[in-house]
Design a protein around this ligand. Sequence first.
Ligand code: PGA
Length: 261
Amino acid sequence: MPGKLYLGTNTKMYKTAAQTEEFLTALDTLTKEIGREELELFVIPSFTALERARKCVPRERIRIGAQNMGWEAQGEFTGEISPLMLKETGADIVEIGHSERRHKLGETDEQENQKVLCALDYGFTPLLCIGETAAQKHYDLGPEVLRTQLKIGLYGVHPEQARKIMVAYEPVWAIGVGGKPAGKEYAARMHRIIRETLLELLGEEGNQVPVLYGGSVNQENAGDLILIPDIDGLFIGRSAWDAENFSRIIHRVLPLFQNRS
Ligand code: PGA
């Protein structure tokens, strides 16, 4: 199991480049004293903010990721951003398959898989997001859905690439305004299934994949979530978009994570 705590935020379609810079500068100052051998902090802003984001804080303190990526180097893909273009910005994480992309923009597991493989080919860390809908949860299909999303999404990924990928479990019903955070027991059960599936797909190396929980994480529930054994970090939306709030969560969960048995 990775010993580092992973904490990140996707700012969705909220912050301009100027707002992203302000946020990152504040976040860096607020987390200055935390050694990066114990924490991997990342921020995933809009495409138009990437270059400025990368320049305003050092990579070893805050990694920067893109919210999506086309899976070809170039071509007839109007509106898409290719891995070569992302490389130029200095971003090194690519978020793939966020629930809004799957459910509002119709992305499929097969497309997420193409993006994962392409991201690895170009040296990015793919952050594959998976999660079941409320209807699937109702029928207790979470395990099947997560297994399918992992088996297709990571198809063709080799065990030696395990250290280069991240997974975020974000139940669709838990995300965003109106979302309800997953209960501890439910989250623990789903995270166990994710870990077992990673071990099945990648052998022992499956233990090296950081698996983050996301969906209505806030200052109240972050402490409980981080104590769940198969959770290596948190992927946070709304509660992290204010640097001080995010910093409070970071400072609260880090010691809990480190003292976890
Ligand atoms: P939320 O968003 O924390 O605002 O629910 C999570 C996400 O969309 O990744």
